[in-house]
Design a protein around this ligand. Structure first.
Ligand code: CDT
Length: 309
């Protein structure tokens, strides 16, 4: 029997720096209602879904950026989302800036099940960009300034009838991300992203090329680990900077089965059969039979490239 989860990838248009959190939550609630009307039982929102992509702003005093972070989750600002998702019996995932009671900062996503229980959080591991203001770039990308690398690894949770994992934006470009989850049998990888449509260090790398790398990474990760991948954009012109769209769903054979056009708030719904992961996991990517870990030592013992003499 098929194990169907009907997933809604809830793309968000731009969030300006001046937008209130209440207005953002109202937009997320509208997307949730739409997703419910389309039969979804799991809704996935983007990375840093509650705010503008604030790592593009340089604050000499890092503490000034703390206003973009959440000190607890849920909290009164987002409680309406949790309440409505639970009433609709819809699972939910979204990204936010997390500040812990000890004052640590992470780029985080939460997963809540269809009964309103927090299943777990994931903290972004691959942080792109730089620490200090860089005048050579056309725009700043200061994730390394405002966040610590995640400290929770890549967990996979058994919930809502399947095996679910999360990653965030730049993580999707790294094969290790998917393989860590693949080795735990993941059946659906959920991720949100904020991707500038131009490379800040190479103007010739524009949206077509960026979209190509986006799809390439997601499709390879899905195929090589026989898993569904759901990728959700925050898109459009945000505070004068353009973020690309590209919200899409990839099946466990690596095919894009649904893709949302445009850069506005919108919902992409697809019925995903988690049993469609079985064939790949039992044949060409049956890790137990085929992996040769005696030859993979560099992957965990070495960070950068070391060329032969
Ligand atoms: N949010 C995020 O991780 N964005 C990056 C931009 C890379 S350019 C510094 C991405 O990989 O899409």
């Amino acid at each position: 029997m098929a194990r169907i989860i009907t997933v809604a990838a809830a793309q968000m248009g731009p969030i300006q720096r001046s937008d209130s959190k209440a207005s953002v939550v109202a937009r997320m609630l509208a997307l949730m209602e739409k997703a419910h009307g389309m039969g979804a039982n799991l809704i996935i929102y983007p990375e840093l879904a509650l705010t503008t992509f604030f790592p593009r702003w340089y604050f000499a005093d890092r503490a000034e950026a703390d206003l973009w972070f959440e000190r607890s989750m849920p909290n009164s600002d987002v409680q309406p989302l949790f309440d409505r998702a639970r009433a609709l019996q819809m699972g939910m995932s979204f990204g936010y800036g997390e500040i812990t009671p000890e004052g640590r900062h992470f780029n985080t996503s939460i997963l809540v099940d269809d009964l309103g229980r927090t299943v777990g959080i994931y903290r972004k591991i691959h942080l792109p960009g730089h620490v200090e203001h860089d005048p050579q770039r056309t725009h700043q990308h200061l994730e390394k300034r405002y966040f610590e690398p995640g400290d929770l690894g890549f967990p996979v949770w058994r919930t809502m009838g399947g095996l679910f994992g999360m990653c965030i934006c730049n993580d999707r470009r790294w094969p290790e991300t998917y393989r860590e989850m693949g080795l735990q049998g993941v059946e659906m990888v959920m991720l949100g992203f904020n991707t500038p449509s131009v490379n800040s260090q190479r103007a010739s790398e524009a949206i077509e090329e960026r979209m190509f790398h986006h799809r390439l990474s997601l499709q390879a990760g899905a195929y090589q680990n026989a898993t569904w991948v759901v990728a959700v954009a925050k898109a459009g012109m945000e505070d004068g900077h353009h973020l690309m769209g590209g919200t899409l769903i990839v099946d466990p054979d690596g095919h894009i089965v649904a893709e949302l056009p445009g850069e506005d708030d919108g919902v992409l719904v697809h019925a995903c059969d988690l049993d469609a992961t079985r064939f790949g996991k039992q044949t060409i990517f049956d890790f137990k039979r085929h992996r040769r870990i005696e030859h993979y030592g560099r992957i965990t013992s070495q960070v950068g490239t070391i060329e032969p003499a």
